[in-house]
Ligand binder design. Structure first.
Ligand SMILES: C[S@@+](CC[C@H](N)C(=O)[O-])C[C@H]1O[C@@H](n2cnc3c(N)ncnc32)[C@H](O)[C@@H]1O
Length: 256
């Protein structure tokens, strides 16, 4: 992955895609404004989501069309199914968005076994709409607004699967570290935590405060410092998705 923050990359990109310059300038101006208004990352990104969700919830979670929203949800669901997901699993979906994958988990899992958390009130309202549209009320999923990833309100060793898709691609390292510091407590001894990230094996960088690119070894080492084992998921690389995936387990727990 090239360094998308470097002036040389941006100049080349602008020459190749002149039609996208206006959009990037709008994002840059919004970033500057939101940086001034919101000091912490969560408050900043919550404001980004408010603005994006106002234009459409599916686009706000990264899908330009309804077809791609359906496809991306199916991809996430099928992957976990291939990795042994069972209706009795208890799933925590971090950054659940408007349930692009979540509605499929809710439909499949036993009643009450899906827990979705997100920092954006607007996207959680859109999640309720997805739930209603899919007639999944009787599955009683939990949808909860959070301001951090300490999981303080959730019980010890409860979740057999924790999942975060396209969340750490929008997170600075301190947010990821906070999650890794606390996720071991709520993971069942045999459970696992899968997350995707935008991978670079060159210089780590970020574009605005919205998109973050990490080296695999940075995230694997971070997990190790928090007493967790982390495995790069090679089988995910074969799938049509631009991000990479790491699976984290408690030391001595199930291996990937
Ligand atoms: C690109 S969307 C992906 C949504 C969902 N995982 C999916 O694949 O459809 C990222 C979501 O993560 C949420 N998010 C970003 N940072 C978060 C954080 N630190 N904690 C919880 N949710 C977060 C955003 O509000 C947004 O709904």
């Amino acid at each position: 992955m090239p360094n998308r923050a470097s002036p040389a990359y941006q100049a080349r990109y602008a020459l190749r895609h002149p039609g996208r310059i206006g959009n990037h300038l709008r994002r840059w101006a919004r970033d500057a404004q939101l940086r001034l208004a919101h000091r912490g990352h969560v408050a900043y990104y919550r404001a980004v989501m408010r603005a994006d969700a106002a234009r459409g919830a599916e686009a706000a979670v990264g899908s330009k069309t309804h077809e791609s929203w359906l496809r991306l949800g199916q991809l996430q669901f099928d992957y976990l199914l291939d990795h042994g997901l069972k209706p009795a699993d208890r799933v925590l979906d971090i950054g659940c968005g408007n349930l692009r994958a979540g509605w499929r988990f809710i439909e499949y899992l036993d009643t009450g076994n899906y827990y979705g958390i997100d920092i954006s009130p607007e996207i959680l309202l859109a999640a309720q709409e997805t739930l209603t549209d899919r007639s999944l009320q009787a599955k009683l999923p939990h949808l909860t607004l959070v301001s951090d990833l300490t999981f303080a309100f959730l019980p010890d060793e409860h979740f057999t699967v924790v999942h975060a898709h396209s969340v750490f691609s929008h997170s600075p390292l301190e947010v990821i570290d906070e999650c890794l510091m606390h996720v071991g407590r709520i993971l069942a001894p045999d459970g696992f935590f899968d997350f995707t990230f935008d991978r670079t094996e060159e210089v780590e960088h970020q574009v605005l405060r919205e998109d973050f690119y990490y080296r695999t070894d940075t995230l694997v080492s971070l997990a190790a410092r928090r007493g967790l084992s982390a495995t790069f998921m090679d089988d995910w690389e074969a799938l049509p998705h631009g991000q990479s995936k790491i699976r984290v387990t408690r030391r001595g727990g199930r291996s990937a």
